[in-house]
Design a protein around this ligand. Structure first.
Ligand code: NAD
Ligand code: 6OD
Length: 487
């Protein structure tokens, strides 16, 4: 077997080898697929210093159109190495190859193209007014880069989530230091290579690998020389990073956890709703912050809906990523599997009925060394149960009946999180009214994870702070400065 490759950091336009290494494990079979150079405090400082210096160099003089052209070159580079990116995502996460081909890598490309187009067409605000002394003034708004942006990402949609922040940050003329999750270093390393080939000035894009506490994540988020921090990950980690950012009054943007609900009304298109809930609960083995872990079904169709959901959940194919029939891969790691299984156990202690799954599948081959769990449906828990309130982040949902619209709205909103919700109904007027009353950053009606990248994205409560997407990203990644001129 070939020796696992060494993944390096990328600082100031150069590949950097560090002394400390950690293994990158394939969750399909537990094999080491690469060794990764962990950035120490000094390497992170060098990356931040390189980004600061680059912000004062030729990068500063480029126009929005010129930066947009570079972003398109990066998108071209990902397209040219499409299958390498697919392989990188699959190797790190064990996700089905078809998912990487249809979701992860296309969204990586779309993120660069969308923000290239947005920044090159964004105009400047201009106001024409009369001052109290009768003078006529015009005011216009300059957008300037924030400066050096620290970007810290999770493992669940590695390329999608990383490029979702790198693309607008570069579009607005910032320099970045990026820390991908320790679980998914491969696609970020490949992206660094694409960016190197796209000819960005040295130091504009820097990549540091490592963990959170006492490692690259902490060194980056506590660096006094970072101007803004954008983070996607667990709510608890968000708290730690926010405390670090408070020290220097840094700009922050947080996309955090969710405990999302799907609401199925009796007037829903039954087939579409069952298929939609299957997708929103089990895609990516439930490891999408937008997944529905709480499903509320109107009582008159509850038994039929649950029976159909069970039938489809029982039939999901857990397999190798390359298997054309695969529906679900493993979880990201054994540690995460332990967490998800502890919730499977807790649900039963809390009095849940197991409708489907609830354990670990047995394959009789090398996948038994992987991090697979059965897709699982529970029922019968009160809304106060921990399994109905806490984010599990696995292929699991709890299904409960409801009787009235007001009741279900109150139950959906009774959550510390507020990221996403789905409504399944054929009554347009009802859907609009319910959507307006749900306290989440996004509400989908008769669909899930459909994204227009120009719309604001983010959550309320423990689900995050701020919005990114479209002009909201342009706002976060820039400082606005008003110029007022007396004519
Ligand atoms: P995590 O918070 O454990 O880690 C995320 C990143 O933060 C990793 O790169 C990690 O190394 C780093 N990190 C951890 N501790 C740190 C610290 N003290 N200082 C600095 N950096 C630190 O999250 P995860 O397990 O990688 O991802 C899963 C979580 O992310 C789930 O809660 C999920 O809901 C959430 N998520 C949210 C969104 C969203 O858009 N709202 C998107 C994807 C994932
Ligand atoms: O679609 C997006 O832009 C986005 N940020 C999705 C987040 C998914 C969470 O796992």
């Amino acid at each position: 077997m070939a020796k696992p490759p060494l993944l390096r950091c990328f600082v100031d336009g150069q590949w950097v080898t560090t002394k400390q290494r950690f293994p990158n494990i394939n969750p399909v079979d537990g094999q080491v697929v690469s060794h990764v150079c962990e950035a120490d405090a000094q390497t992170v400082s060098r990356a931040v210093a390189a980004a600061r210096a680059a912000g004062q160099g030729p990068w500063k003089t480029l126009t929005a159109n010129q930066r947009a052209a570079i972003l398109h070159r990066i998108a071209d580079g990902i397209e040219q190495r499409f299958e390498e990116f697919v392989a990188a995502e699959v190797l790190d996460t064990g996700r089905p190859v078809h998912q990487a081909r249809t979701l992860d890598v296309p969204r990586g490309i779309a993120n660069f193209r969308t923000f290239a187009d947005l920044v090159s067409t964004a105009g400047s605000e201009m106001y024409d007014s009369t001052a109290p002394d009768g003078a006529r003034v015009i005011s216009y708004v300059n957008r300037k880069p924030v400066g050096t942006v620290g970007i810290i990402c999770p493992w669940n949609l590695p390329l999608l989530l990383l490029t979702w922040k790198v693309a607008p940050a570069l579009a607005m003329g910032n320099c970045v230091v990026v820390k991908p999750s320790e679980e998914t270093p491969s696609s970020a390393t490949l992206l660094a290579d694409v960016i190197r080939m796209a000819g960005l000035p040295h130091g504009v894009f820097n990549l540091v690998h490592g963990f959170g506490p006492e490692s690259a994540g902490e060194y980056l988020s506590t660096s006094p020389d970072i101007d803004a921090l954008t983070f996607t990950g667990e709510s608890r980690t968000g708290t730690t990073i926010m405390k670090a950012a408070a020290e220097g009054i840094k700009k922050v943007s947080f996309e955090l956890g969710g405990k999302n609900a799907a609401v199925v009304f009796a007037d829903a298109d039954f087939e579409a709703a069952v298929a939609g809930v299957m997708r929103s609960s089990f895609t990516n083995s439930g490891q999408v912050c937008l997944c529905s872990e709480r499903v509320y079904v109107e009582r008159s169709i509850y038994a039929r809906f649950l029976a159909e959901l069970k039938k489809r959940c029982d039939a999901l194919v857990l397999s190798y990523p390359q298997d054309p029939d695969v529906d679900m891969g493993p979880l990201i790691s054994h540690a995460h599997r332990d967490k998800v299984l502890s919730y499977y156990q807790l649900a039963q202690e809390e009095g849940a009925t197991v409708i489907s799954g609830g354990g670990v599948p047995e394959f009789g081959d090398d996948r038994d060394q992987g991090a697979y769990v059965q897709p699982t449906i529970f029922a019968g828990l009160p809304d106060s149960a921990r399994c109905v309130r806490e984010e599990i982040f696995g292929p699991v949902c709890h299904v409960a009946p409801f009787d009235t619209e007001d009741e279900v709205i109150a139950r959906v909103n009774d959550s510390a999180y507020g990221l996403a919700a789905c409504i399944w109904s054929t009554k347009l007027s009802r859907a609009h009214q319910v959507a307006a009353r749900l306290n989440t950053g996004i509400v989908w009606v008769n669909t899930w994870f459909t994204r227009d990248l120009r719309t604001p994205f983010g959550g309320t409560g423990l689900s995050g702070l701020g919005r990114e997407g479209g002009r909201y990203s342009l706002d976060f990644y820039s400082e606005l400065s008003t110029v007022c001129i007396k004519l």
